[in-house]
Design a protein around this ligand. Sequence first.
Ligand code: 4NP
Length: 154
Amino acid sequence: MIRVLFVCLGNICRSPMAEAVMRDLVEREHLSHKVEVDSAATSSWHIGEPPHRGTQDKLKEYGISTKGMQGRQLQKADFEKFDYIIGMDESNIRNIRTMLGNPNSPKIFRFLDLTDHRKDVPDPYYTGDFQETYDLVLEGCRALLEKIKVEKQL
Ligand code: 4NP
């Protein structure tokens, strides 16, 4: 199994959005038996909470469910468990490297560095713009799936 983990600050806006969008793409390509997707927070602020209402509503617009999703915090064991550990912004990347104790691992990288944007995913918790975030997340997930297919020969 290939395991993908998206990480953001709160695990209620950006990383659950990426998790749900990626899972949807993986299901559409009939790769669910090969690729597993999860998300986590660097903070402990929203453990056990469902995704933010704005994330839920935006995903619902595109027919994607967030049923059963719950915030959790990144833990040290995630480093061994996951093949791709993807931060939404540069600050997440710094925190992931510190929390997991593997500062140089190539499996930790910033999401939109997979795209021509090469920037942080804007945080809709502050911007209020869930559409902008969704569009970038979708682009990032498409690029990630292509990368996985090439690297893992799917
Ligand atoms: P996220 O957004 O990292 O995309 O889930 C945030 C969620 C909550 C907070 C900040 C950012 N907060 O301050 O509680």
